[in-house]
Ligand binder design. Structure first.
Ligand SMILES: [Zn+2]
Length: 258
C-alpha cells in the first residue's frame, strides 16, 4: 500500500477562528476577518493493488464566490491536473473516503458537466468511486444546514446519494483492507478519521480533529468545532493511543509549500 499527500489548495483562516482555547466560542456565524493564517487543504491518495483511494476531495469548483473570497481560497488545480503526476485520472479512483462534509473536505466530490454552466448539471468528479461517509455525519449535515450555513453545502454531497455511490459507515471498522476508520463527534457529529496500515508504518489522517501541529495541544481547537470540550477529551485519548503505537500523524491543514 502506497500513500501520497496531495495539496489541493490554500485557505486563509482568521487566527482567532483557527486556534481557539475557550469552550465558550462556538461555531456558526463568521467573524470579521483578522490575522489570516495560511492553511493547506490536503488529501491523501492511497494505492492498494487495483484500488485507488482518495481521502477528502478539497474545496472543488462549486463553492460560492463570497465564501472563497472570504477565505482568499487558492486552488492548486482540478483533480485531472492533481492526479496526472501519478498517471491517474478521476475515473480511476475506486473509493473516496470523506472525513466529513464541510466544504473544504468534500466540495471537490462534484463538478459541473463539461461545457455546462447550469448548476443543474452537477456530476461526480470521481464517477466510479464508492464514497464512504459516516451515517451520523450524513444525517447531521442535512439537519444542520441552517445553523452552519458557511460550512455545509448540500449541492456538494447530495449528488453522491442521487447517483447511488454513497456507502454509509455505521461504526468504527476496517472499511477497506488496511484502512480502519475511527469516529469522533466533537468537531462535527460523525467525523471519520482513517488509520492506514501501509505495511511499513501506520498513518493517521488526523482531519479536523488535529488539523495542524499546533492542535497537538489538546486544549486548542477551532471555532469550527461543534463542542470544544468534547474535542479535548477525544484528542487526549486518541493522542495517547497514537503515541503508544508510534503511529504517524498527517496534519490536513498544516501549511505545505507546493
Ligand atoms: Zn471541518
Amino acid at each position: 500500500m502506497k500513500c501520497v499527500s496531495i495539496n489541493t489548495g490554500f485557505l486563509y483562516i482568521p487566527l482567532a477562528d483557527m486556534f481557539v482555547t475557550s469552550p465558550e466560542v462556538t461555531s456558526g456565524t463568521r467573524l470579521p476577518k483578522t490575522d489570516p493564517v495560511a492553511c493547506s487543504i490536503r488529501s491523501l491518495l492511497i494505492t492498494a493493488g487495483k484500488r485507488k483511494i482518495l481521502i477528502d476531495t478539497g474545496v472543488g469548483t462549486l463553492i460560492g464566490r463570497e465564501i472563497l473570497d472570504y477565505y482568499d481560497y487558492r486552488s492548486e488545480g482540478d483533480w485531472e491536473f492533481l492526479l496526472e503526476p501519478y498517471d491517474l485520472s478521476p475515473s480511476d479512483i475506486t473509493d473516496v473516503i470523506l472525513t466529513h462534509l464541510h466544504f473544504d473536505h468534500c466540495g471537490g466530490s462534484v463538478r459541473l458537466l463539461r461545457g455546462s454552466s447550469s448548476p443543474e448539471e452537477v456530476v461526480l468528479t470521481f464517477p466510479k468511486a464508492i464514497h464512504w461517509v459516516s451515517r451520523v455525519q450524513w444525517q447531521w449535515a442535512q439537519n444542520i444546514l441552517e445553523r452552519e450555513p458557511d460550512s455545509f453545502f448540500e449541492h456538494t454531497f447530495l449528488p453522491i446519494q442521487e447517483t447511488c455511490k454513497l456507502r454509509l459507515v455505521d461504526k468504527e471498522s476496517e472499511i477497506i483492507e488496511g484502512i480502519t476508520v475511527r469516529i469522533f463527534h466533537g468537531h462535527t457529529l460523525g467525523l471519520m478519521i482513517p488509520v492506514i496500515r501501509t505495511g511499513a508504518e501506520t498513518i493517521v489522517f488526523a482531519g479536523d480533529l488535529i488539523p495542524t501541529s499546533v492542535h497537538l495541544d489538546p486544549e486548542t481547537g477551532m471555532r469550527y468545532d461543534r463542542d470544544l470540550k468534547l474535542v479535548r477529551e477525544e484528542k487526549k485519548g486518541f493522542l495517547a493511543e497514537i503515541k503508544s503505537h508510534d503511529w504517524k500523524l498527517l496534519f490536513q491543514h498544516e501549511l505545505v509549500s507546493s
